[in-house]
Design a protein. Structure first.
Length: 527
């Protein structure tokens, strides 16, 4: 990446007075990505985070300039230092300081590890390397309240971490647009890949993690292919063409409605808003079956269209894989996950959808095995899960299914197929638009295990590096953290944040009294 501008738009904030505008961007993105209730002080926290990145260490001694800035900020907003709004603002501001220092400290450790590594990475190519996952204990300590079980807990509020994660995402977006300092870009990529994305996925903000990782995917793929500019240009062009050919959110919603209608499923999908132009397609919906063959079936549906960065990563891997090179486009461009009650309902859904895919009177559906598989249906799980499916499914469908054993609790049934959507081309001719689709069917319990249990994406990355006892401890802590998602819309803050807010407020008041005392002394001298 060439360096044409040292400062990103966010770093230029004080010169161009754009902090309020960018703070609004952060809040808009948080709204778009599912943070359903933004409190008034959260807007203030976003703005102050941009205006003054204090980032002081926890336990630092009294810092007059920091408290002077905070007092001036609250005074300019007309907020009484003793108000509840000020208290919550100061509480979350203390969270942001801790998170900001943690991300910068993690980045320092990362860069030091690069310089001391036996396998030296050529300067400038660091960004192309996979980012290490942040120390899980330290990451979980950020949001755990201090206790006998968690003596190092900081009690940071989840909302504060989501705000910081969104800010890193927007800052990286700004740095890309301005072709900013490569070191700053590396720092943002590290923050997202090592800290922010794992946290967002753990607490269920998958769309935000997906959007942020789309940016890092674009950057890392470009860096990996920097020595082959023609191949890189082809990959970027192909990725955009594939995504554009699938249509926008409105068309994706129509395609989903058509497919689901063919399956006899009437779901009202809530598409992710795109008021902040994030470009991510993600939606959820629920449905209660009314037809006879699925009379006791209630399901939750999650739909996503592959992001640009994710597709670029995948195309890069495909080009470097002899096995996959013939499959130019991934089979999961449009992914649909059905979450049902039990294994019996997994079998019911699998049978119903398979019958439609095999129906010769429905040419719009065409089963397509994914690379490395011989069948377009496959099921992964322990032996009991596999046997339950085999007993529940017709023999013909069992014969068409690849079964794979998994002992970590991960259970899923998948179908991969092409959906042929008739559309008019630029010449006014009707032709099929081919949409590669992957459908996953899981029980609610299996979904939880695949997100925050032993089969969780981030824990799978750790499982070969840590003892079993540590893995079990991480799972327990992650599940406790996931439960806190239910209270995220509550305006209250953690006790530790309140204590930090109280200390900050006392320092601000002390600063004010000190200033008044000086004025009084000067007055005595002049009289």
């Amino acid at each position: 990446m060439s360096k044409t501008n040292n400062l990103s738009p966010i770093e230029n904030k004080n010169r161009s007075d754009t902090s309020q505008h960018i703070a609004k961007q952060i809040i808009d993105r948080m709204n778009d990505f599912g943070f359903s209730k933004i409190h008034s002080e959260t807007n203030l926290n976003a703005e102050y985070f941009l205006t003054s990145r204090v980032g002081s260490l926890v336990g630092d001694v009294f810092n007059p300039k920091k408290y002077k800035d905070l007092k001036e900020f609250l005074d300019n907003k007309g907020i009484d230092i003793d108000s509840q709004e000020a208290e919550r603002f100061l509480a979350r501001n203390s969270d942001i300081e801790i998170i900001d220092e943690y991300t910068r400290s993690s980045f320092r450790e990362y860069t030091e590890s690069l310089s001391s590594s036996k396998n030296k990475i050529p300067p400038g190519s660091e960004i192309a390397q996979p980012m290490p996952l942040s120390n899980f204990d330290n990451l979980l300590d950020l949001v755990s309240e201090n206790s006998i079980k968690n003596p190092n807990g900081h009690g940071v509020n989840l909302e504060s971490l989501i705000l910081v994660a969104t800010a890193h995402y927007i800052e990286l977006e700004s740095l890309i647009e301005s072709r900013g300092d490569p070191t700053k870009i590396l720092q943002q990529v590290h923050a997202i890949e090592s800290i922010c994305a794992p946290f967002c996925e753990i607490v269920g903000f998958d769309a935000l993690a997906m959007a942020a990782r789309s940016l890092t995917g674009m950057i890392q793929t470009e860096a990996s292919m920097s020595n082959t500019p023609e191949a890189l240009a082809h990959t970027k062009l192909l990725a955009r063409e594939v995504l554009d050919s699938m249509g926008n959110n409105v068309e994706i919603e129509r395609i989903c409605d058509q497919m689901l209608s063919e399956f006899g499923i009437d779901v009202s999908l809530a598409m992710l808003p795109d008021t902040s132009e994030h470009g991510i397609t993600y939606s959820i919906g629920t449905w209660e079956a009314k037809n006879l063959n699925m009379s006791d079936l209630t399901l939750r549906l999650i739909v996503r269209k592959k992001s640009l960065g994710s597709l670029m990563r995948r195309l890069y891997r495909i080009q470097n894989s002899e096995e996959e090179r013939s499959n130019t486009v991934p089979t999961d461009m449009l992914a649909m996950t059905f979450v049902v009650k039990d294994t019996g309902q997994v079998a019911t859904m699998l049978e119903s959808i398979t019958e439609h895919l095999l129906d010769t009177e429905l040419p719009q559906f065409e089963g397509k095995p994914s690379p490395k598989r011989s069948q377009f249906i496959h099921a992964t799980g322990d032996k009991e899960f596999q046997e339950d499916l085999k007993r529940s499914l017709p023999e013909g469908i069992v014969a068409l299914t690849d079964f794979k054993t998994s002992e970590n609790g991960f259970e899923v049934a998948k179908l991969t197929f092409h959906y042929n959507d008739p559309v008019y081309n630029t010449l006014g001719e009707l032709q099929d638009r081919v949409i590669p689709v992957e459908i996953q069917i899981q029980t609610e319990q299996a979904r939880v295990i695949s997100k925050i249990g032993k089969a969780g994406h981030w824990l799978l990355k750790l499982s070969h590096k840590i003892p079993e006892d540590d893995l079990s401890r991480y799972i327990t802590r992650i599940q406790e953290l996931h439960k806190r998602r239910q209270t995220m819309n509550d305006p209250s803050v953690t006790n530790q944040s309140l204590l930090r807010a109280s200390e900050t407020r006392n320092h601000i008041k002390r600063l004010s009294k000190h200033k008044l005392g000086k004025i009084g002394l000067r007055g005595q001298r002049t009289n």
